[in-house]
Design a protein around this ligand. Sequence first.
Ligand code: AKB
Length: 372
Amino acid sequence: FIFLAFLLAKQALMGTPGCGCQPLTVAVRSISFSPRQVTSDASFHSVSFSETDHPKVLITGGLGQLGVGLAKLLRMRYGKNNVILSDIRKPPNSVFHSGPFIYSDILDYKNLREIVVNNRITWLVHYSALLSAVGEANVALARSVNITGLHNILDIAAEHGLRLFVPSTIGAFGPTSPRNPTPDLCVQRPRTIYGVSKVHAELMGEYYHHRYGLDFRCLRYPGIISADSTPGGGTTDYAVQIFHDAIKTGKFECNLKPDTRLPMMYIDDCLRATLEVMEAPADTLSMRTYNINAMSFTPEELTQELQKQMPELEVSYEIDPVRQGIADSWPMNFDDSNARKDWGWKHDYDLPELVQTMLNYFREETRMARVN
Ligand code: AKB
């Protein structure tokens, strides 16, 4: 039915069938198709908010490494009640009292639709996902959350005319990709379920953009380093854990080899990039999936930078073969020139600023704990 209606609408709008991508998008948008059929009022779902209104944002997977920080940034900009954090887990008091929090299960399509409708959501930031190392330990769960969950998100977003942000990752590349540097467009044959699910997300989002006019936006994040939230089950986690252990015990056991070079970014840069790409006018985006980058370092280089301020820090190496295998297949340096050219991406934190900022945070935390 959809295909037939699409052909009729396309012919009505274009006269003769053509093969150009752009007119196809226009035709589909104007008849507001949604990929999953809505029974009664499908034609009302493409109503969009006025550009002068604040967006009403839903963040899925909100209790992971990035959700709380992004909610804080977006709430400062759009107002506390216009940003809803969601997760299937119970939030800590501080999160629950800092703004709207709601239960949402991305595997439950009706629950998602209810949230989007009841809260008049206009932007969706989809952070629910299993990361690389934990994904290899539970492939079935990773497939379900990262792929089936994404399908629900794409359909909800297309049906309701939402602007959708889905993060991708350096993990969307594999051993046959160019690794130093890795450009936006090149061979992508990742060897993890996480990477496969992220390539799938990039391609499905771009397909929905062309086919249904979905306003899909995607950034490939490097390893993200944050002080007040912890990642769970990633290959780049060592670069966060080292700070915790250095402050607590003065010792750190690293699960990657000392010379493993990976692209990394401080969380503030990552969240600002996300806000900037979401706010970028559509006509500045020549692509829908961009690499973003800040720095690249090895465990040895990070240790040396830390030892400038903590000479007593001892780092030993106990290699985890799964994580090492993953890291060896990922980019060493990321080429993000398209993001810089199209929408003005610019990072603030290089390695010295990152280390200083992280240490300041933990030192202040330790001081406060002593005072209390
Ligand atoms: C991971 O290590 O799995 C993530 C990532 C780079 O996407 N931090």
